[in-house]
Design a binder for this molecule. Structure first.
Ligand SMILES: Nc1ncnc2c1ncn2[C@@H]1O[C@H](COP(=O)(O)OP(=O)(O)OP(=O)(O)O)[C@@H](O)[C@H]1O
Ligand SMILES: [Mg+2]
Length: 496
């Protein structure tokens, strides 16, 4: 039968408690008995000697056994807890105070009697009980001499009821205190045992927790951490759990490695293909452009074909360039050139680049504030690409007569916030989370389906990630959109 962890713990705890209680109970009993017998024997140590010395029947040796029997009888009336025996030197019972039918043993071992009378052993000393074949009891004894010769022993079994009650009264307080101390001791011991047991049983659980945390910390990469080894085929649930977790972690690790590998291969393939496509495409484009230069020699239909081919080749080039750029950025082998530069100048340069497009749509493209020189520390080329992508999108999604603002704002002490704001179509709230995904085009993107493939913002995000910049967007349908991010200010002012 298999027990669960909880059952094992409870069972062990109950067993430990019962064992401790039984040991404690018997120990206390033994202690109490020992103390009682010791004091009782001590109290009656000289009882036999006194009777033997003071009583005329015993003083000069025993000659009248009937008189001795009567004496024993009288003494038993006075002290009903005592049993009186007269033994010969070998220990044979000669006279006694009790009914003959009760005598089971007729010979008593005299060795304990000698130990007691000669004071040679610590109390309590146990002697044979004539009323029982094997039982031993505490006793008082004294030798009896006749004409200087050992005639026998006066042997008294001491089982004083009167003393017992007196002892119980006197000792009850002490035993009560002792019991208290013992109980507290047992409880403390039990607590320590319990703590030890729980620590022992929960150790694998703590190990498992440690393993999970360690694995999480290294991004579930098994090569970067060592997991504990768990017992295979164990009945212990924690070990089973540990084995299952380890297998799961190994499975996740291998799947992750496979995914990373596939992803890396995909990026390399994309970068290679787009790179390899560029040369034949450039050549193709060159030929088409050359032919289109001599348009006059072609028929109207041929001119139309050439124009279409030229337009398509431009779109294809743009797409291949974008795929190459994204694959290159994802590959992570892009160098970053950080420098101090004038952001205001960059904004004016980029807006100048788009001024014709803006004018064509009668869109007002402005820099704000217009005449404040903002020095920043960043990669100017990458920032220029980012701004171009954002302005290009804004121009496309802003109606004629709209407005696009490139806005700088001093933010925290070390940073400046740069925003590209338009009052165009805006983006649906549900779609905002996806617009930075490659190939994602929101529902508002109806124009230029062939030319625009949804890679611009993915490239923008990757470029900014390289500069450890986080881009954010707020948008309201029909109101406009704002993309914004923070740039580090220049470490020093070059004007000084
Ligand atoms: N300023 C904006 N206003 C409204 N919608 C926008 C704006 N900028 C981006 N979007 C939405 O986000 C989508 C993703 O933009 P992204 O630049 O990645 O792709 P794209 O412009 O459609 O194509 P590409 O950039 O490859 O030419 C766009 O299709 C558009 O729906
Ligand atoms: Mg775009």
């Amino acid at each position: 039968m298999k027990f669960s962890l909880y059952h094992r713990l409870s069972l062990l705890l109950v067993l430990v408690f019962i064992t401790i209680s039984i040991i404690f109970f018997f120990w206390m009993e033994q202690l109490e008995k020992q103390a009682r017998y010791e004091s009782e024997q001590n109290l009656h140590l000289s009882l036999a000697a006194n009777i033997a010395r003071d009583n005329p029947i015993l003083q000069q040796g025993v000659s009248d056994h009937q008189a001795l029997k009567e004496l024993f009888h009288n003494l038993m009336v006075l002290g009903p807890a005592f049993e009186f025996y007269f033994l010969d030197p070998q220990g044979n019972i000669v006279t006694h105070s009790i009914s003959p039918s009760l005598i089971k043993r007729h010979r008593i071992n005299v060795k304990p009697i000698n130990l007691l009378t000669q004071n040679q052993a610590p109390l309590p000393i146990y002697g044979d009980d004539p009323q029982h074949f094997t039982r031993q009891k505490i006793f008082s004894a004294a030798p009896v001499f006749s004409d200087g010769q050992l005639q026998g022993y006066l042997y008294i079994i001491v089982v004083g009821e009167r003393y017992e009650s007196a002892y119980v009264r006197q000792e009850s307080n002490r035993i009560g205190q002792l019991s208290m101390v013992m109980l507290i001791g047992a409880l403390c011991f039990l607590s320590i045992v319990m703590l030890g047991l729980f620590a022992y049983f929960t150790k694998p659980l703590r190990q498992l927790n440690k393993d999970i945390k360690a694995l999480k910390k290294v991004g579930f990469d098994l090569t970067k951490t060592n997991l504990a080894s768990w017992k295979q085929n164990s009945d212990n649930e924690v070990h089973q759990l540990g084995c299952a977790f380890k297998q799961m972690a190994e499975q996740i690790g291998s799947q992750l490695a496979l995914l990373r590998n596939n992803d890396q291969q995909r990026k390399e393939l994309l970068a290679d293909i787009s790179h390899d496509l560029r040369t034949p495409l450039a050549s193709l484009q060159g030929y088409i452009e050359t032919i289109s230069l001599n348009k006059a020699q072609l028929s109207t239909e041929q001119q139309k074909y050439i124009d279409t081919a030229l337009r398509n080749s431009h779109q294809l080039k743009r797409l291949i360039d974008q795929i190459f750029e994204l694959a290159h950025l994802e590959g992570g082998q892009v160098s970053i050139n950080l420098e101090n530069f004038n952001l205001t100048e960059l904004l004016y340069d980029v807006s100048a680049k788009f001024s014709l497009q803006a004018k064509a749509k009668n869109i007002q493209l402005t820099v704000e504030p217009p005449s404040v020189n903002m020095m920043v520390h960043s990669d100017i080329a990458k920032l220029e690409r980012v701004l171009s992508n954002l302005i290009e999108n804004a121009l496309r999604h802003t109606h004629e007569g709209g407005k696009i603002t490139l806005k700088m704002k001093e933010n925290a002490a070390e940073q400046c916030q740069l925003s590209v704001i338009d009052n165009g179509t805006g983006i649906n709230k549900d779609e905002l989370a996806y617009i930075f995904d490659a190939r994602y085009r929101a529902s508002n993107a109806t124009l230029g389906k062939e030319k625009h493939t949804g890679l611009g913002l993915a490239i923008t995000k990757k470029l900014l990630e390289l500069l450890t910049i986080d881009i954010k967007v707020v948008s309201e349908l029909g109101q406009g959109t704002e993309f914004y991010f923070n740039i580090d200010k220049a470490k020093y002012n070059i004007d000084n």
